[in-house]
Design a protein. Sequence first.
Length: 367
Amino acid sequence: MTAPFKFAHAAHADWTQAAQACMNQLGAIPVSATLGFLYVSDALAGELGAILAFFRSATAMPHWTGSVGVGVCATGREYLQEPAMVVMLAEFDPADFSMLPLLQTPQDIDAHPLADAYFAMVHGDPANNRIQELIEGLSARLSSGFVVGGLSSSEGVCAQISDGVVSGGLSGVLFSDRVPLATRLTQGVSPLGPRHRVTAANKNVIGSLDNRPALDVMKEEIGEVLARDLRRAAGYIYVGLPVSGSDTGDYVVRNILGVDPQNHLVAISEYIQPGDELLFCRRDQQAAEDDLLRMLAAIRAQLNGPIRGGVYYSCLGRGQHMFGTPNRELGLIRDTLGDFPLVGFFANGEISHNRLYGYTGVLTLFG
């Protein structure tokens, strides 16, 4: 039986103490360990270079990937709004992965050889306004078409790791098809009603849905109580944009930025065109739990064999904020799939296949 990857996690205001606690947990470094995953909370973002240098030296492993988040994930545990770090030492044949250098424009993708690339795990800088183009461009060059990852989240420095500390674009790791893995996405909001067709729109402002005033349609779906006080709907009601070609009914969630009661308009955080479809959604703890459990059952069936390790990218709006109590989201993963090594972070946008999502969780397992 193939052994699980080594992993560790710790929290401390002094990063050197947290890092040493992680090294103590890791114990002897396997000679077959070739790729390190490192995620640190934004309280330690200013020390990311020093933290990475420490682990490179202590493990003698040159290849590292990771990011900064407002919180980090470990097996059954979330660290939110506290100085913490998680680390995992993965064992891949060096011929089966390569580091993806920083991509800042779509033209950068063409300059990088991707001959043996099947699957990509990436981290992105939310300040780059071409991230979606980069995701799509990278996806188109992969034989599986699958990119997974998350955008860094921080109240300060948003940095990523690709052997060194980088920022300003998309970076990560490319895997060959010889690496056994499985990946799935779970939604954090649930639809309130059916899809509607946009019949009038200007940029991100929707004028009408199904040839009716957009705000009138929205009020009908969210119910009388919220419709009387639309401010109460903020942070609770969202718009879902169906993913074209998805066989699982996926949709990307976007915020409602505002409404115009006089002209019956709805503004969302995405440009939209007449002919597009959308549905109104709500945050729903029970629906989020049900969908997470559905996803976990599906990914368990997809990966035949033991789990050596996993990486989880969860939206910064999930975790305790969505599931009601600390560690509930990570606890459900552990309780369903077992006590395997898991690392990750709470992202400012999650990446799955060729799209940037919100309020989702993206889980990738290595066998």
